[in-house]
Design a protein around this ligand. Sequence first.
Ligand code: PEP
Ligand code: MG
Length: 878
Amino acid sequence: MQYVYAFEEGSKEQKYVLGGKGANLAEMTNLGLPVPPGFTITTEACNAYMAHDRTLPDGLLDEVATRLADLETKMGKRLGADDDPLLVSVRSGAPFSMPGMMDTVLNLGLNDASVTGLAKQTNNERFAYDSYRRFVQMFGKIVLDIPAERFEAALEALRHARGVATDPELNAEDLAELVETFQGIVKDATQGEFPQEPHEQLRYAIEAVFQSWDGRRARDYRKLEGIPDDLGTAVNVQTMVFGNKGDDSGTGVAFTRDPATGEHRPYGDFLRDAQGEDVVAGIRTTEPLDAMATQFPDCHRQLLDTMQRLENHYRDMCDIEFTIEQGRLFMLQTRVGKRTAAAALRMAVDMQAEGLIDTREAVLRIQPAQLDQLLHPQFDPHAQYTPLATGLNASPGAAVGTVTFTADDAVARHELGEQVILVRPETSPDDLHGMIAAEGILTSRGGLVSHAAVVARGMGKPAVCGCAALDIDVHARQLHVGDTIVREGDLISINGTTGEVVLGAVPVITPEPTGPFDTILEWADGFRRLGVRTNADLPNDAIVARQFGAEGIGLCRTEHMFLGDRLPIVQRYILAANEAEEIAALDELEHLQRADFVGILEAMDGLPVTVRLLDPPLHEFLPDIEELLVQDARGELDDTGRRLLHAAQQWREANPMLGTRGVRLGILKPGLYRTQVRALFDAATERKLAGGDPHVEVMIPLAVNEPELALAISWVREVAEETATETYGAGGINYAVGTMVETPRAALVADEIARVAEFFSFGTNDLTQMTFGFSRDDIEGRFLPRYLELHLLPANPFETLDVDGVGKLVRMAVELGRATRPDLQLGICGEHGGDPASVAFCHEVGLDYVSCSPYRVPLARLAAAHAALAAAGPGSTA
Ligand code: PEP
Ligand code: MG
């Protein structure tokens, strides 16, 4: 096996063997660009080293010696020679960029003899000794593991002794003395001399870079970025060039397009008479690239020409590190450059127009998650702050406001013109008005499918949920985080994109989606097969979603139509002593719901609207039983209060999520579903009479078998017939009836259920809860973080669909359902419908559409296009 490749031997396709940096250095070399020569030791050598107890594989050192000899011949210099020495850098380079996570040794080859050669050759003794002391310092720290502070303390002591404040004020003799001191530190720490033999220096440095792959920093970074541990790092050994050899030298970084805006113009910084670290360290003020035109006209021209060539070659924006050594330009590194979301969109659209890439590639260049950055306010990336606590990133975006602890307080402050953050242990449908008034929502309990998270996402408002560090005392109107007390009225900032909670106001920027945003999405629509609908309960949400490209409503939850000022009517219904009272309450509700449905059908005119009949258990519409009991004990309950307490006790259940909810409640209280359906069909009729085009889909929640569903569906059909007959005669309204598949049993008997259902919508929130037996409201605040840390689960199953388990049920239901009814319509309306990885699965199993909250519609459109393109394979146009 070949372990060492000269730059001429590699190419950019070999990043797994040569690492990203090595592959790109090879590519640039073969393009004829001025790259300082060198060679790359492969990732395979690193992996062999690690696998054999940190021993270099046989033959590696011989190969290194051969390549080094070639390099010496090419450069006409020898490593460590005392006349005109060759010096090299030794740098890590993994297959994926891991900036600053592994080790680098510069100026290798310097020793007590070659330092004089370097001084003579550059006519700069100070430069030579400064390079040497840096080398001993870096080698000591990285290769010999000596604490950096020991070298820094010696440097500090020397500055003190010389009465100077900065390193540049030390002269050549000072630095020569420092080299001796540093070598003394090495001797003291290792009981051996600082290695003078350059080949030995090189061997040590190679091993140190290999070992840094397994260092703490690198391992943590890989975990964070999801980079596999077994890739290994390559090692690049490259001839040193110096940008700090005087006024005819310099160094810089450049981007072929502006990485912040995407504008098509070269962008970058450079520094005269400096080394790479000086640019990055930001100690000296850099000059813009344009300034090079007057100071180094030839190099500037050559650089611009090279940038153009690199961009044409990589067909993407590149970032570049370069050095000018005594009037000669060298390219030290290039790679496809990082960019903001706005820049990514603009570049993709521009490059398509320029013919650099095709439409397919332009669409693939944007990650769905990047769109989120453009749809929601964000913390200013330059802002400095320390988070007070961190919770779940439940709904993206950032918000600043005063702390309020109840929905009513939030509304009151909002009405006075204040921006507020609603802080609750958790939210319930009762808090909706407060959530509407608030800029953002913060809870100490609940996960990604908790009420707060789902509703906030629907509204496009930031939310941080399950922030367990918050100890909230609603009655005292304050919260504690450790020793910090936050009171009502204090300012806080929340970042729903990261889960951070910050005391005080963090500056927020509000991005504007621009033309390229729409262009990319239009192109995406041309590639996707999946439809994209929205989960929306209110006309306004439906309008927003439609503007984002939603093709209908996949889930309209109707529970909010029973809350707020309608709650007393619902309670009257629950407490009704006889049929007449029941009917009176239902009539009132029917009337109110009809207006709700008209608004929603109008907002989605011409598109399907899936209305789910009432889903939550009845006790959710009753006051909290504990509070009622307290009031009762204090003798504060009137007659209605006592009846409510009685009803609350009667409807109380040990496992409400597995209790009398969904279609089961419908069966117990058939009047409820009939009322809802009548309101819906009347609304549809009204829309039709007004010239509208309503498409109604009635959805029954939580079904487990055919008879149960058939019964509920029979009421829908009866009401439909009555309504249609009253208004138009038969067949007036275009409608379908179907069910949610959200219990494992429904998935297992989907063939049976499809006999009566015209569509299925996978309710993967409940399906995940019931398949795993994981409470959707609790696990994120309990054991899930530990499970993720220990890799006992690959991801939060309430965020990304568990393909192996829940996905198996979905796939089975799709196959069984279609076997009974080939034209069965299939969608998903659980929160997974807006998660890019889950969207890919939905494409793969052949669903017809995904449905997600309005602000996730653009992401889902793009994710659906990516899924279709990935399934069609590379090079296809899908
Ligand atoms: C579901 O269970 O996936 C669903 C969409 O319904 P809900 O979240 O309202 O229970
Ligand atoms: Mg559900």
